[in-house]
Every structure is written in C-alpha cells, then in structure tokens.
Design a protein around this ligand. Structure first.
Ligand SMILES: *Cc1c(COP(=O)(O)O)cnc(C)c1O
Length: 350
C-alpha cells in the first residue's frame, strides 16, 4: 500500500527529523492553499500557538475569538501569555461580527475567527474589523482544509492560519500533526525557528521560548500521499451533505447553513433541534453514533473558569451546546445509511 511504502522509505533512510518529506509537504500544502509559505508543526494546537507567537502576540495583549470553538483555540491564546476575549456566535455558529468589533480594546493584538465545522467564517468583514483595530487576523482553519471563499482557500486570508491533521480532520495524519500557512516571509522564517527550539543556525537559538514543535517526517510522508485525495474526499462530503439536506427537508430542525460564498467542506454535519438529547438516544438505540460539538462551551469549562465568564454570558453559544447534533459524516459514508438516519430522525421528530 502506498502509505506503508512511504513510511518504509523513511525508515530505510532514517530521515526522521525535518526530513525531505516535511519540506515537500510544506511546498505542496502551500500551493494547495494558494499561499507563499507553509510550515509543518506537531499539532493544530501548536500551529495556533506558533502563529500567534510569530505575529508578536504575548503578555499584555488581548486576542478575540468565539466562545463556541474547540477549547484548543483558547488554549493557544493562553499559551502565548495573552488574554482570550470571548464573543458569541450567530445562530449558525459563525462569529458575531458586531460582537467582534465591540470587543476591540487598546490591548487587542489579534483576532482568531474559527472556520467551524468546515464553513468559512465571514473573512472579508473580519479582515476589515481587524485592520480598523490595528490587529492581525489569524485563521483557525483546523476544520476547513480546502474550503473556499470564491476562488481562494481557507488559510490564505489572515496574516497566518493554523491547520490540524489530527486523524479525524478532513486531512488526517497517522497521529498528531499540524501546519501554519502564511504569505509573509518574515512570519514563515520565525515559524521555522520557533518550531525548532528557536534555532536559526545550529546551536544559535535566537527566538523563544525554546520548544520542540516539529512535524515528524513520517507524518509528512503520510500526508503527502493523502493530500492529492483531499478535494475528492471533500466533494464526497458535500455530496453527502446534499443528501442529508434533501432527506431532512421540511422537518422541525435547523440544517447547517450553507457556505457564505464558496464551499463548505463539512468537517461535521451539525443539525439543531430542541429535542436533541431524545433524538440522540433514539439514534443510539438504532446503532447510529452521533456527536456533540461541543457539549460544554469554552467559557464554562472548569480549566477556563478563571477567565470569569458566568453562565448566560453567551446565550447563542450556550443554546447551541444543548441543541447541536453532529450526524455521521465521512467521505465513504454510504448514501443508503444517510437515508436510514434521516428516516429515523423523521420518525422521532414527527
Ligand atoms: C482540532 C482543532 C484544533 C486543535 O488541533 P490539534 O491538532 O488537535 O491540536 C484547534 N482548533 C479547532 C477548531 C480544531 O478543530
């Protein structure tokens, strides 16, 4: 199998650390996203953290992001010593633009919108809000590999963007891996040093803090085999989303909003219903596994309680936490299975 051959090749060469496949994947992923540079790191979390560090975000700064994200987005802001300023989302889970603008303070250094579930956030207005605020825009593109706005890909709009190759993402490695994309040569050079203990030339560690966040060559080799299939896999997800839409039409539930202007890559297919928990149980009894993204919003997580956000701080995010249900979604999902899931949902809700 092609994947095992790629791995065997690296084992034969012992090219494990920052090997040829890392540089090759960086080139290929940058070209895929339509950006100048891509820098491989060891996870999506590291990609977010290093993107912020490279952009000069640190202690005394505030970074605005949405409360309805995966907690790793907030974690990266804390990791660089900055303060996360959370805002609510709209009914479809996209960042609330008015709240993003209203959250700006003299300490705002960056904005970190999230392309949640594979649907690109409204980038043009966000870029304008960030520019007016004198802040940089970093995209959390960890769920949106290949998604487009017009002809441009997610990951090409901000000063930098972070991708995760966690195995369950649209493009997944055989373990943890991540990537930062940017059009700035300066940011790219900093990222290359930052991921490799701050090293610029051997034993000269110019940038800090010194940490090892390198992408394994083995993971890069796996990702190089898979990258040419990404558009096909995303197209299969879009086809499955269309089937769900057709089969679930007219039911008392909210379907995921379509892409704003371009493509949605359906990392997840998330419906909303007030009868979420009962529906989830009914599907489970029929052997259908579903997910909840995310049952506890970031601002109500125990590890973030020190930020001081009380319950009801973000009503839309909190409503989505109780009403969202992620239906089965992967490129190989049989269409007949979608019809079966839809039938069960129809039976339960009507
Ligand atoms: C997966 C994910 C991350 C973190 O990526 P890891 O590779 O798991 O560290 C960050 N943000 C979002 C929105 C994600 O979905």
């Amino acid at each position: 199998m092609e994947l095992l051959a790629a791995i065997g090749d690296i084992v034969d060469k012992c090219d494990f650390i920052l090997g040829e496949d890392v540089a090759a994947l960086e080139r290929e992923f940058a070209d895929y996203c339509g950006v100048q540079h891509a820098v491989g790191v060891d996870s999506g979390s590291s990609a977010l953290e290093l993107a912020l560090l490279a952009a000069g975000v640190g202690a005394g700064h505030e970074v605005i992001t949405q409360a309805n994200t995966f907690i790793a987005t907030v974690g990266a802001i804390l990791a660089v010593g900055a303060r996360p300023v959370l805002v609510d989302c709209d009914d479809d889970g996209a960042p609330d633009l008015d709240q993003f603008a209203a959250a700006v303070s003299p300490r705002t250094k960056a904005m970190l919108p999230v392309h949640l579930f594979g649907r690109v956030a409204p980038l043009q207005p966000l870029v304008e809000i960030a520019t007016r605020a004198g802040a940089v825009l970093v995209e959390d593109a960890c769920q949106a590999h290949g998604a487009q706005v017009g002809p441009r890909r997610a990951g090409s709009f901000g000063l930098a963007a972070a991708f995760s190759f966690y195995p369950g993402k649209n493009l997944g490695a055989f373990g943890d891996a991540g990537m930062v994309t940017t059009n700035s040569s300066e940011i790219a050079a900093r990222l290359r040093a930052l991921r490799n203990i701050g090293q610029t030339t051997k034993y000269v560690h110019e940038l800090g803090p010194p940490m090892n966040r390198r992408l394994d060559t083995l993971q890069a080799a796996v990702l190089r085999v898979k990258l040419p299939h990404l558009d096909g896999w995303n197209a299969a997800r879009v086809e499955r989303a269309a089937r769900y839409r057709e089969q679930l039409a007219g039911l008392p539930l909210r379907l995921p909003a379509p892409a704003l202007d371009g493509s949605h890559v359906y990392h997840l297919f998330v419906i909303q219903t007030e009868r979420r928990d009962g529906l989830r149980n009914a599907l489970a009894s029929a052997g259908i596994a579903t997910g909840i993204h995310y049952p506890i919003p970031t601002h109500l997580q125990p590890s973030l309680s020190f930020l001081g956000y009380a319950p009801r701080s973000f009503p839309v995010t909190e409503r989505l936490a109780t009403q969202s249900l992620s239906l089965p979604m992967y490129p190989e999902l049989p269409l007949a299975q979608i019809d079966r899931v839809a039938k069960l949902i129809r039976e339960y809700l009507s």
